[in-house]
Design a protein around this ligand. Structure first.
Ligand SMILES: *Cc1c(COP(=O)(O)O)cnc(C)c1O
Length: 358
């Protein structure tokens, strides 16, 4: 009816993974952590709930920032918490992207970047990755040179591979900002804690982190950005005054001050990841070695949708994904399954079911 802005009319909107509201599912589709968060987190939420819910939260999230900063070797002015890492991605677009500005991101990767760029009304271009998920630098370089904002998830999704620090530094746009989305950073064999920000070229990198994956807190909406104080101060002007609520901030503070609890879970997930990679390979899948809490696999039959549907009928949810316009794939379409790392018991059930399907 022409009431909406044209760029909103044009898009379908981002479609998140299925979140069934009934029980009994083995849920391996949205990269949640199968283990509960630190017990201290639950205590902190209960304590905060008993406190002063009638007053607004600290708009600057002072205590949380003071606790998060040393983990990344920075001071609190380098930290910007948000209502989930996805809110920080929105704040980044609103902070840096005008209607003629170019937003770029690897493809295939996290599709939300494109949706958010569309909503903001920026121009966007995909940086088409090679079939082995490496960069095609000669095609990528000219786009980077023109980009205002470049989003790079590292480890990448859905592939789970991690690019080297030198590659990341070489992708900082000369006249813009590189957003390094480290949603899965803690699952890498050698996790980073902000080192890139201190290397030459790191002045225009903004790292985004989330509590949803490694900290087992997808149900609490909390993430944070880490960058030079000048960049954080500008983004602060864009955010809602009270973008993080009292309960989330209490949870985040407890979680970030109990790193061993998170690391124990990440270790378990790394071990189960190796088990899943082996099992899938034995079943004839091609598997990308993963540094994240999920594995991307393809089967030579290409019948990924069918495998996904059959698993779903047996109450196991994985993510069936298809990426059109991948020039190198047959029919210009890449499809496959992204499987989140569950517990050993969940992964064994999945592998047993897969044995009867493929
Ligand atoms: C899960 C995910 C996020 C979102 O994190 P939230 O804090 O839950 O909003 C951001 N980026 C990537 C690549 C993710 O996979």
């Amino acid at each position: 009816m022409g009431l909406f802005r044209p760029n909103i009319d044009r898009i379908d909107g981002y479609l998140p993974g299925e979140q069934p509201q009934d029980g009994g599912w083995i849920k391996l589709n949205t990269n949640e952590n199968p283990y509960p968060p630190s017990p201290r987190v639950v205590e902190a939420i209960v304590e905060a709930a008993r406190g002063r819910l009638n007053t607004y939260p600290d708009p600057l999230a002072t205590k949380f920032r003071q606790a998060a900063a040393p983990v990344f070797g920075v001071t609190p002015e380098w930290i910007l918490p948000a209502n989930g890492s996805d809110e920080n991605l929105t704040i980044l677009l609103r902070s840096f992207v005008d209607s003629n500005d170019l937003v770029a991101y690897p493809y295939p990767s996290y599709i939300l970047y494109e949706t958010l760029a569309d909503i903001q009304g920026g121009r966007h271009e995909r940086l088409l990755l090679n079939p082995d998920w490496s960069w095609n630098m000669s095609a990528t370089r000219p786009v980077i040179d023109r980009a205002k904002l470049v989003f790079i998830p590292n480890p990448n999704s859905p592939s789970g591979n991690r690019w080297s620090d030198d590659e990341i530094l070489s992708l900082v746009p000369p006249n813009g900002i590189l957003v390094l989305d480290e949603a899965y950073g803690d699952f890498a064999d050698q996790p980073h804690r902000g080192e890139l920000l201190r290397r030459p070229g790191g002045e225009r990198i903004i790292i985004t982190r989330t509590f949803s994956k490694s900290f087992s807190l997808a149900g609490i909406r909390l993430g944070f950005a880490i960058a030079r104080p000048e960049l954080i101060a500008g983004m602060q002007k864009v955010k809602d005054s009270y973008n993080c609520d009292t309960l989330s901030l209490a949870a985040g503070l407890a979680a970030i001050t109990d790193l061993p609890a998170m690391e124990d879970n990440a270790n378990k997930i790394r071990a189960t990841r190796a088990r899943l990679e082996r099992g899938l390979t034995e079943l004839g899948f091609a598997v990308v070695p993963s540094q994240a809490n999920f594995v991307w696999c393809t089967h030579p039959t290409g019948r990924h949708r069918e495998i996904y549907e059959t698993l779903k009928s047996r109450k196991i949810l994985v993510r069936f994904m298809r990426f059109p316009q991948v020039a190198y794939a047959p029919d210009q379409l890449l499809s496959g399954l992204r499987i989140s790392i569950g517990t050993d018991v969940e992964i064994d059930s999945l592998l047993n079911q897969l044995k009867t399907i493929v």
